[in-house]
Each structure stands twice: as C-alpha cells, then as structure tokens.
Design a protein around this ligand. Structure first.
Ligand SMILES: [Zn+2]
Length: 530
C-alpha cells in the first residue's frame, strides 16, 4: 500500500437507515463534529431534497467548524425523462453548497431493465449527463456504482461501460459498491484488479455492506488491489447488517498494513469516538467490538492474566493504548491467585503470592462466586473483601436492625417506608426513610442515620441498580444478584449482593457502597484504622 488512502464516512446517511437508530438534526451536527475529531476525510451528511431533516442539516452544518473533514451530499442520477440541469434531485445537490457531491447510478443490467425500466444505453446516458452536470457545478464529484459486483458477475462488459460513462464525464472517484453485501473477498479482489487494469488513471473507491460479515475483509482486499477511497461507517452501522466498520477498518489499515492517509487519523481517539457515536445514537456499545470494545483487551482466565502481567503480547494483538482503549483484568472463578494479586497491586494493597492471606482471599472469592457473586462491575465489594481478609478494614457502623413496609393506602400510590437502627461509636441512631420503592427507602434511611456522623455521604448518589435472577440449583429457591453503581463528585464504584431475598441482596450491596465511600474518604484523609 503505497498510495495515500482516503476515508469516507457515511454514518449520517446510512445510520438513519439502520433499524433502531433515529437521528435528530442536532444529533447529526454533533456526530459530524465527533467524526471530524477523529480526522476522517469526508463526511456524507445526507440527501438534501429527499427529506426536510437533511435540508436543515446542511443549512446548520455551514456553522460547523470542521477541522479535518469535507462534507458531502448524496443523491442519484437524473430521471430518464428530465435533463440533468432540470432534475430537482441534481439541482438540490448543488444548492446544498458543500464541496463534494456523491451520486449513485445503476451498473447491473438486471436493475436497469427491471427497476428503472429503461434501455441499457439510456442508463449510460443518465450516468454521463448527471456526472457531467454536477462536475461543472461543484469542486469534487464521486460516483457510486451501485450493485457493481453483482452487475459485473451478470454482465461484466456492461458494468464496465457504466464506469466508463462516469469516468468520461469527469468523476473524481469511481466507487465500486457491494450494495447487497454478499460478495466474497476473492471475487472483490478479482473484480477490482480488472477495473484497475481497465482504468489505470482513475481513482477507485470501495463501498461494502456487511451481509456476509465480510465488509471489512472485502474492503481490505479492494485496497490491496488498488482502491484508495474507503467508504464505511464508524461502528459499522448502516442498512440491514451495516456497512464496512471503519472502527475496525482504520486500525487494520494503520497498524497492520502500515497504510498512510491523505491527512493523519487520530487513532488514539478511536475508542472515545466509537463510544460517543453510540451514545448519540442511543445504543449500547458492543462489549466485544474489535479494538474499541470493553472486552477487546479483557482477560478472564487465570493463565492468560498471569501471562499478560508478564508480557502483554502473549494475549493481545496490539497495545490497547494505540486505539485509546485499555486492558481490563476481570475477576472470575477461573482466575485465582494471579487476578487477586493483580487487583491488590492496582489498589496498592501489599500481597505476595506466598501470603496465606492471598490464598485465603482466593478461596473466599471462589466460594462466593459459586454462591452467585460476581465481582466484574463490583470492584468496590472486591476491595472491601480484600481489606477484611487482611484485617485492614474498620467497621464504620453496626447495624442493629431494619424494617421495611410497603403499603397501599386507599388505592393511592404505593408507599415504601424503612426504619433503621444503627450504632456509630456506641451511639444508637434510629431513623425512618421514605422512598419510591423499598430499596430507595432503605437507602434514604441508612444515609439519614449515617450522614450525621459522616457528612460526606451527602454527595453519594445511586446511579444504577441491576437485578439478575440466578438459576436455581436443585432443591433451592432462585437467588438474585443485585449490582449497584454509586457515584460521588470524584469517582463511581460498583458493589454486589446476593440472596434469595431481593431486599437482602440490595441491602448488602447498599451497605458495601456506603462502606466503600467511607473507607475511601478515610484513607484519603489518612484516617486511623481500628
Ligand atoms: Zn450503502
């Protein structure tokens, strides 16, 4: 790969065609800035004239201060009955006033005759006229040859003639599209090679869909065969199964093929950009996404963790920091000593593998995990467990007892009320809390009781509460696992509780959450330990 590559992101047009994605104009503007921050070279904004949202987007986009990317509009060849200059579709593309226009046209004889219902020659005229007209009006003009690979299979000479029409009319790039997404890498490579021979002077591009889960592979072989423009979408969104996933494509090109781009790509921002895109699209990030997923550099098996701690490349294909991601060592019953030592080290808790305490912790963790505890996402509970095992934990309060009432009075809203008795330094505190549910009421009561002694608890917020029903073993009732996420001004932390009783499991996680906060504050203040 000696030629410099061009990255063209189509998320703003293909994204809204994805099931589950809705983008407001504001979302699209925000996404354009995010994509630009990665250094992408082109951002396809949408199809002006086809829907009012895209018209507004292009109007508002004029105010964006993009540092790297050029905006492009998307449309199609003129209608058979109209002249190019009179076709409203083409006129609207010019009116949008952006530097680059991309249009698609037919390359498959079957589509020309059955979908457009015109002659093969007429289609060639549409392509030629449309490209010629647009090229005379805008700086840059890319031609997307729709269904090119299927068209080439059916009638290679005709598919090439369609490209010839666009090339002769002045298209700056001929983009070969695998619109139905079913092509195989060997076919893509052969076809691109043939096109390269036929048009040695033309810039070629590739636009793949992922219906065979091969869009990235197909785009890579296309680049190997001489394509320089790669179209796709961050996180691989797009119609049906999506488009070429640029989030994997870019690091593959940059790190594996050592490709260079017309302008530098900020690879270290890739993970952040991927997550922000999901956030704006209101989708949950895929944990197992290559390069950028939470699990991409996560290690769970004990042998792996021991090896990775010595040399990361034993189980990592790249340094996660190159793409802005990080290593994640997971706690699990498979792990054992290596993970306990690793976690303790991260928290500056001194342990070595010959310590009897370390082995005792491993045994405790294994026993708890067999009972349904899970410490992934409950690092705070794990740290408390470690400190308790090492005798480095102090009790900030003693629970004397609690009671929760859930009541429905006269068909009104259901009210939850909790009463708590705790002892702090020998002082008995008795409080009542009301809440939207029993857990919320307990949380309120507990905090009310303790804030008097520990004012910093005022800052703690419960941000997430997850309940998972665990499979019942034979002869036992089903258990539930509760994971709580808490937050103060500086940190967030997760805690866990398990019981057959959801209130008890929640209470356990809640107490750990408070306990962790107090422990954290006392250690930063250098507080004394009992
Ligand atoms: Zn597409």
């Amino acid at each position: 790969m000696t030629e410099k590559l061009v990255l063209y992101d189509a998320l703003l047009r293909e994204g809204p065609q994805t099931q589950g994605i809705n983008m407001s104009v504001k979302d699209k503007l925000r996404l354009a800035e995010v994509l630009d921050s990665l250094g992408l070279h082109y951002i396809e904004g949408g199809w002006p004239g086809a829907n009012p949202k895209d018209d507004l987007f292009f109007k508002e986009a004029k105010k964006l201060k993009l540092k790297n990317a050029k905006l492009s509009v998307f449309g199609m060849t003129r209608r058979a009955k109209l002249k190019a200059a009179q076709d409203p579709v083409l006129v609207n593309l010019v009116k949008a006033g952006v530097p680059t226009v991309t249009i698609f046209g037919k390359s498959w004889d079957f589509h020309v005759e059955y979908a457009l219902k015109i002659s093969l020659q007429q289609n060639l005229d549409l392509i030629y006229d449309s490209v010629k007209y647009l090229k005379s009006k805008v700086g840059e003009m890319f031609y997307d040859a729709e269904h090119f690979f299927d068209g080439y299979k059916a009638n290679p000479e005709y598919a090439l003639k369609c490209l010839e029409a666009a090339f002769q009319a002045g298209a700056d790039c001929l983009v070969l599209c695998d619109t139905n997404g079913g092509s195989l890498p060997e076919d893509v490579e052969a076809v691109v090679t043939r096109v390269r021979q036929r048009f040695p002077e033309a810039n070629l591009g590739i636009h793949c869909h992922n219906d065979g889960d091969l869009a990235v592979a197909n785009s890579l072989v296309a680049v190997g065969a001489g394509v320089t423009q790669i179209q796709g979408c961050i996180n691989g969104y797009g119609e049906r199964c999506g488009n070429t996933n640029l989030t994997s494509m870019i690091p593959n090109l940059a790190l594996k093929y050592k490709a260079s781009f017309i302008k530098p790509i900020h690879l270290e921002k890739l993970t952040e950009v991927s997550r922000v895109v999901d956030e704006v699209c209101n989708l949950h990030p895929k944990d197992n996404a290559s390069y950028v997923g939470k699990s991409a550099f996560a290690h769970k098996a004990g042998v792996h963790i021991a090896a990775v701690s010595k040399a990361a490349k034993t189980y990592e294909h790249i340094d996660p920091q190159l793409v802005g991601n990080h290593r994640n060592i997971l706690m699990s019953d498979q792990a054992g000593l290596a993970v306990v030592l690793h976690k303790a080290g991260k928290k500056n808790i001194k342990l070595n593998k010959d310590h009897s305490e370390a082995r005792a912790v491993v045994e405790t963790v294994k026993k708890m995990e067999s009972e349904g505890y899970q410490f992934e996402g409950a690092e705070a509970s794990f740290e408390l467990l470690l400190k308790k095992a090492l005798g480095q934990h102090r009790d900030f309060f003693d629970l004397v007892g609690f009671r929760v009432i859930v009541e429905n009075r006269n068909d009104g809203p259901i009210i939850s009320e909790a009463t708590i008795k705790v002892k702090v330094n020998g002082v008995l505190e008795n409080t009542v809390g009301e809440g939207e549910g029993p857990i919320n009421a307990l949380d309120q009561a507990l905090r009310k009781a303790l804030t008097k002694f520990y004012p910093s608890l005022k800052d703690v917020r419960l941000t997430d509460f997850k309940v998972r029903v665990l499979d019942a073993k034979e002869g036992t009732a089903a258990k539930v696992r509760v994971l709580i996420e808490s937050q103060d001004a500086k940190d967030s932390w997760g805690t866990v509780g398990v019981s057959e009783n959801i209130i008890e499991a929640s209470w356990e996680a809640l107490v750990d959450a408070i306990d962790y906060k107090l422990l954290k504050d006392s250690s930063t203040k250098g507080g004394k330990k009992k």
